[in-house]
Design a protein around this ligand. Structure first.
Ligand SMILES: [Zn+2]
Length: 444
């Protein structure tokens, strides 16, 4: 069934241009889009009663490493800083293959769906033992989320002064050729696209200057987006100053890594001039507050970025550095973290939810997503506010202050992915059993 009428929602937080909040509203979904919004709409298609619910656009996740879902809470990495944490996990990841990639992506995307996410990007930058980006694209199609996978890469191994072991890096020629292969095979630029591929060298400290530059040239030639990690913590800034003789913002600008078609993860340590550069060039930021807290990286200057006009979206980051992949929790954390740095008025619950929805869609250049308006894609999250988490709330639309951390229903492209808190597309118990088998094998 691809036609639904959502009836009688207590509140619809539209995130449209007027940021309207509708009371007792109905929404008609048909053929992938939001066909009509209003009151007392006729019953068309399947009826979804939304009394006692807040309805929002589906949340947008702008940064993830889905493959890491099989390495949560690994003891040696639990309390380490970024570089030490990576060195603990690289040897484990080097034993992954196609099945680990597919199953970890299924788990991570299922968790995202249950937390209200309808569109997720992913950053896969290692391809051991025959693993391919294709494995995660298959997983996203099975779960039913809109997907922006990026073909990541690492090319500088330990023997050349890089961080990753040599066995996990690839030759740059092979990387670029595979980027071309996956773009040609999977990238769909059309409106309503369910899959858009990006190009994403892992970080300035794991690939060469040439690969950064060539990736930008390739992405522009193909009309796809660019993504990487930038300015994540103090070590990252020191590395940039020492190796490249400049701050990360300058390095990015010099190599073609600014613009409306680029988004960078973290940006915790951007300074004022780098924030101006990002605003001027319309370069996007994937803010990952839980990962930044978890790894002790710091507090990203999101208030300053937003005030300057920088496009900011949210990311759960890889599960190994969160270790959760719940996007509504991430939205709450983004609100709380700005308040730690700048006081209680630094970010409202509504603004954090806007970053989580419309903000992320802007970062990923998806003006067709991230808001509830006629003609936009029918990506919708329904939150039950009749439960204990919202009991006593005077303003249930302030969902991030007192609301559920799991979605009741979720629609992507007018197809139902979650109903009554259960994933419809794949049996979760089977997925969890498969995951247990794979993780036990990795622990041996
Ligand atoms: Zn990351």
């Amino acid at each position: 069934m691809t036609e639904f009428t959502i009836k009688n929602a207590d509140t619809v937080l539209t995130m449209d241009d007027g940021r309207r909040e509708l009371k007792r509203a109905d929404i008609h979904l048909k053929n992938g889009v939001i066909a009509e919004i209003g009151q007392n709409l006729p019953d068309r298609g399947e009826i979804v009663l939304a009394r006692g619910c807040v309805v929002t656009p589906g949340l947008v996740n702008t940064h993830h490493h889905l493959y890491q879902t099989l390495t949560r809470a690994v003891p040696g990495g639990q309390d380490a800083l970024l570089f030490g944490w990576l060195q603990t996990l690289y040897p484990i990841w080097s034993r992954f293959g196609p099945e680990e990639m597919r199953v970890s992506a299924q788990i991570g995307l299922a968790e995202l769906a249950l937390s209200g996410c309808t569109l997720s990007s992913d950053h896969l930058y290692l391809y051991p033992n025959g693993a391919r980006l294709d494995d995660t694209i298959e997983a996203a199609a099975e779960i039913g989320l809109r997907f922006h996978p990026t073909r990541g890469a690492m090319s500088i191994g330990e023997s050349e002064g890089g961080l990753p072991p040599d066995g996990l890096v690839e030759r740059e020629e092979i990387i670029l050729n595979d980027c071309i292969r996956v773009i040609d095979r999977f990238h769909d630029a059309s409106e309503g696209s369910m899959c858009r591929v990006g190009v994403a060298p892992c970080s300035p400290f794991s690939v060469s200057r040439e690969l950064m530059r060539d990736s930008a040239l390739l992405a522009r030639d193909k009309g796809v987006m660019l993504h990487t990690h930038l300015a994540e913590n103090d070590e990252d800034i020191s590395y940039s100053l020492e190796k490249f003789g400049c701050r990360p913002g300058q390095y990015a600008e010099d190599l073609g890594w600014t613009g409306d078609d680029v988004w960078h993860a973290h940006c915790v340590k951007l300074d004022g001039s780098e924030i101006d550069l990002f605003a001027r060039t319309r370069t996007g930021v994937a803010h990952c507050p839980c990962s930044n807290c978890r790894l002790g990286s710091g507090i990203a200057p999101v208030r300053a970025m937003r005030d300057a006009g920088v496009k900011v979206g949210l990311g759960v980051d890889g599960s190994a550095s969160n270790d959760s992949g719940n996007l509504i929790v991430e939205a709450r954390q983004s609100m709380l973290l700005q308040r730690v740095a700048r006081g209680a008025a630094a970010m409202s619950a509504r603004e954090a939810l806007e970053i989580a929805t419309r903000g992320g869609a802007e970062v990923l250049n998806r003006p067709d997503c991230g808001q509830i308006a006629v003609g936009k894609r029918a990506d919708i999250a329904i939150w039950d506010i009749s439960g204990i988490e919202s009991a006593g709330s005077w303003d249930p639309a302030a969902l991030l202050l007192a609301g559920p951390m799991k979605v009741r229903d979720l629609f992507v492209e007018a197809r139902q992915v979650v109903r009554d808190g259960n994933l419809l597309t794949l049996p979760l118990d089977m997925l969890i059993a498969t995951q247990q088998r794979l993780v036990s094998k990795l622990m041996e």
